[in-house]
Structure formats: structure tokens, C-alpha cells
Design a protein around this ligand. Structure first.
Ligand SMILES: NC(=O)c1ccc[n+]([C@@H]2O[C@H](COP(=O)([O-])OP(=O)(O)OC[C@H]3O[C@@H](n4cnc5c(N)ncnc54)[C@H](O)[C@@H]3O)[C@@H](O)[C@H]2O)c1
Length: 420
């Protein structure tokens, strides 16, 4: 019987390890001992897996000791693929995981990568590391697959098994093996791509397309704000046409949509093609944090509220609603810009870990909200709680004269003073 090791137990790796762990022996491996410890106590701080689901995965063991994956035969790599300060792919976690696997891989083992990369990364970067350090020959002694993850953290409807999964393998036989493996857990079915590169490219364009779709809506919003037309009303009207795509303006953060396009543009440049549209979209989306701050400052000053030392409450800090993930949140850009106007900014987010926010961004989250205290309130993230609070509760936090800015179009148009 084949034994699986899932390498990296984050948003992607844990749900995968749990699904396989309901059916067969799996070792969930992570270099972060604190993460393994919390999982051993039955807690998942990413909130992707409930304690009950963890219990259901009765064949799943957790470990951060490499000896515990020695007897595995299938290694599924789900480590992060971030970008560096110059927006270039940082493949360090993938390289490190591959080097570690070189020490445990045995003849006939299969390594499957799930991390989002540019086309070619698996075979050009990862496999050579394993080959060199293990002395085993690729496609003779060991094999590879690539199966990108498409989960949407925080989404309790479109979960891992309900999303069709792209699979691929380094030989036709391995492609079939990888496809059957995922077919055993994915109820929505699989799509076997013709090569690893095709599967890598498919994932990266899914997210790039989404990024660009949001970028054009953000550009529309900027134009309509000058024209004093409500963007949502325009979108509602245009959306009555069958082929108008239903995207909304917003802050594009996180470690997928705002990162993956740079993987594709990096590869494009490497092979001599200068991407234009993709990078234009990135520039627009990357500038939206600052833009929203400027929009608020203008609205505050129009209301004759002193911008200097105005008290601003920012509701929400995570990169998306109902999710504790604060990686690459663009709200930090908004907060910085507001502070540059000498405004006093309080950020409240009951979903985010205050330790992580302090550590990563140097921002101390506020834990209590004061009634009648704020000159401006920014509804920055569409957490369900804020939707439930509604206009009345949110406005009760503001002074008699205040500005309510609905960045995420959570409220009705008449309920906020401005929106993106
Ligand atoms: N989160 C998403 O929504 C999502 C969706 C689809 C695809 N992806 C892609 O999946 C990959 C993983 O993303 P994530 O959100 O799960 O990341 P994550 O940061 O939540 O989890 C990654 C885990 O890998 C561990 N890790 C890092 N290096 C390791 C190593 N060498 N050995 C073992 N463990 C290691 C980390 O400690 C961490 O727990 C990325 O490429 C990402 O782009 C993410």
C-alpha cells in the first residue's frame, strides 16, 4: 500500500492531508513545529478544517521529524511560493522542500507539486534539485506530478473535494497514477492535463485572469468616482447583459491573486517577452490601498471635518472576508496613507491574529470599539459580522458628523457616504 506525505500543512496542505487521511495512511509534515503542535491538539488556526473533520481523518499523523516520512512513497508538496521585494518569484521554500525530499526519496517514489508556480518550474527547478542530491534519475528511478490547488480559503461551499482538480504527470503512466490518486478524493472529478507545464500554466492564468478582471473594474471605479457616478450602479446595469462579467472593485491582496501574475510575467521576461496588460493590471491593483485612503481624505475634508488628527476606524484587516489570512493585505497601504495625513487610525478585526498583525505589520489591533468616537469609519473587509451589524450599528461608532466609507459595497448605496 502506498503511503502519502503532505509537505507543508497550510491553507492548501492541511485540507488535502485530511481528505486523504480519511481513506489511507498519510503523514502531514511541516517544518513549523508550532503548526504541528496545534494540529496535534486538534486545532487548525487557519479555520479551514474543523476539529471534527480532523478527527475524521483517522489515518492522518502529523510530524515535523523527517524520519516520519522515510517510509512514504508519494510526496505532495504544498509549501508557499511568495514573491520578493522586487516582485520576483521566491522559490526558496520549494527548493528547500525539494532538497529535503532528495534525502528520503526511493526508487519508484512519486513527488507531486501543488504550489503555484510558473510553467516549467517543477521540471526546471525542483526536479534537478532532487536528482542531483539523491543520485536517482528522473523518470527512470523516480517520477513527478503537478496538480494545482484551487481552494478558496474561507469558502465553505467550494471546498477541496467539490472543485474539479487538474492533474498531470511526468510520463503517461504517472499522469494516470496521479489522476487516479486525486480521483479517489475529489468528488467533482479531475482533468488530466497533457503535461506538467500545461497544468502549471493553467493555474497561473486562472489567477492572472481574475487579477486583471478586478483591475479593469478598479479602473472603472476610479473613472466613475471622478464622474460622480456610483460604480456599483453602473455594474448592476451593465450586468444585465448576458456576457458582462460580474466582478467588483476592491483591494486585491493575499498570496495568490496578487502574487501569481508575477510568476507568469517573470517567466515571460525570462524567455524574452515583455508582458504589458498583466503588469498594468498589477499596478492598478497594487495602488488601490493608497487610492482608497485618498478617497476617504477627500470625503472627510468635504464634510468639513479636520483631516489632521481625525479619528479613523478601519473595520477589517484580513485580505478577504471571513478568513483569518493577513498575508499581503492591501489594507496596510490604506492605513499607512491615512497615517501620512496625520490621522489617528484604529484597526479592528476579530478574524485576524493580533500577534501576527503586530509582528508582520507593526500595527496594534484595537480590541474594543467606542461608540460615538470616530470621524470616519472604513468598512474595509466584508466579514459576515459587519454585514449583520448593518448601517445603524456601524454608524453608532461614529461622531454625530462622520464619514462612512463602504469599500466592499457591503451596505446599500444609500447607507454609506462613499464607496469604492
Ligand atoms: N491559500 C490559498 O488560497 C491557495 C490556493 C491555491 C493555491 N495556493 C498555493 O499553494 C501553496 C501553499 O499555499 P498556502 O496558502 O497553503 O501556504 P501556507 O503558508 O498557508 O502554508 C505553507 C506551509 O508550508 C510550511 N513549509 C514551508 N516550507 C516548508 C518545508 N520546506 N517543508 C515543510 N513545510 C514547509 C509552512 O510552515 C506552512 O505551514 C502556494 O504555492 C500557494 O500559492 C494557495
Amino acid at each position: 500500500m502506498k503511503k502519502i506525505a503532505v509537505i507543508g500543512l497550510g491553507y492548501v496542505g492541511l485540507p488535502l492531508a485530511v481528505e486523504f487521511g480519511k481513506k489511507q495512511q498519510v503523514v502531514g509534515f511541516d517544518i513549523n513545529q508550532a503548526r504541528v503542535s496545534e494540529l496535534l491538539t486538534g486545532v487548525d488556526s487557519t479555520l479551514e478544517v474543523t476539529p471534527e473533520e480532523l478527527k475524521e481523518a483517522s489515518f492522518l499523523k502529523f510530524s515535523s521529524a523527517i524520519e516520519d516520512i522515510n517510509d512514504c512513497n508519494i510526496y505532495i508538496v504544498t509549501v508557499p511560493t511568495p514573491i520578493d521585494e522586487s516582485n520576483a518569484p521566491d522559490l526558496t521554500p520549494l527548493r528547500k522542500a525539494s532538497a529535503m525530499l532528495a534525502a528520503v526519496i526511493k526508487p519508484n517514489d512519486v513527488v507531486i507539486y501543488e504550489s503555484t508556480v510558473y510553467p516549467g518550474a517543477t521540471e526546471e527547478v525542483c526536479i534537478p534539485i532532487i536528482e542531483k542530491a539523491s543520485g536517482l534519475k528522473f523518470n527512470v528511478d523516480f517520477f513527478a506530478g503537478y496538480s494545482p490547488e484551487r481552494i478558496n480559503p474561507g469558502d465553505k461551499v467550494n471546498t477541496l473535494t467539490k472543485i474539479k482538480k487538474i492533474t498531470s504527470g511526468s510520463t503517461p503512466g504517472i499522469a494516470k497514477f496521479v489522476d487516479d490518486l486525486y480521483g479517489s478524493i475529489i468528488t467533482a472529478g479531475t482533468h488530466s492535463a497533457s503535461s506538467i507545464k500545461v497544468a502549471e500554466a493553467a493555474k497561473v492564468i486562472e489567477n492572472t485572469q481574475r487579477d486583471l478582471n478586478i483591475a479593469i473594474i478598479n479602473e472603472f471605479a476610479k473613472i466613475f468616482n471622478i464622474l460622480q457616478i456610483d460604480t456599483q450602479e453602473v455594474l448592476d446595469a451593465a450586468g444585465t447583459k448576458w456576457n458582462f462579467l460580474p466582478f467588483k472593485p476592491g483591494l486585491v491582496g493575499g498570496h495568490c491573486i496578487s502574487v501569481d501574475p508575477y510568476y507568469l510575467t517573470h517567466k515571460a521576461k525570462e524567455v524574452g517577452y515583455q508582458p504589458e496588460v498583466i503588469l498594468a493590471g498589477r499596478r492598478i491593483n497594487d495602488g488601490m490601498g493608497q487610492y482608497t485612503a485618498t478617497q476617504l481624505v477627500k470625503a472627510v475634508s468635504k464634510q468639513k471635518i479636520h483631516v489632521d488628527e481625525a479619528k479613523v476606524l478601519v473595520l477589517g484587516f484580513t485580505f478577504k472576508g471571513d478568513c483569518p489570512d493577513v498575508r499581503n493585505t492591501k489594507i496596510v497601504d490604506m492605513v499607512k496613507e491615512l497615517k501620512s495625513f496625520n490621522m489617528h487610525v484604529g484597526v479592528y478585526d476579530q478574524w485576524a491574529s493580533s500577534e501576527e498583525v503586530k509582528h508582520e505589520y507593526g500595527i496594534e489591533l484595537i480590541s474594543e470599539l467606542k461608540e460615538g468616537y470616530y470621524d470616519a469609519i472604513v468598512l474595509a473587509v466584508d466579514h459576515s459580522d459587519y454585514k449583520n451589524w448593518g448601517e445603524e450599528k456601524i454608524r453608532s461608532l461614529g461622531k454625530e458628523k462622520h464619514v462612512l466609507y463602504d469599500v466592499k459595497h457591503v451596505l446599500k448605496i444609500s447607507e454609506s457616504d462613499i464607496r469604492l
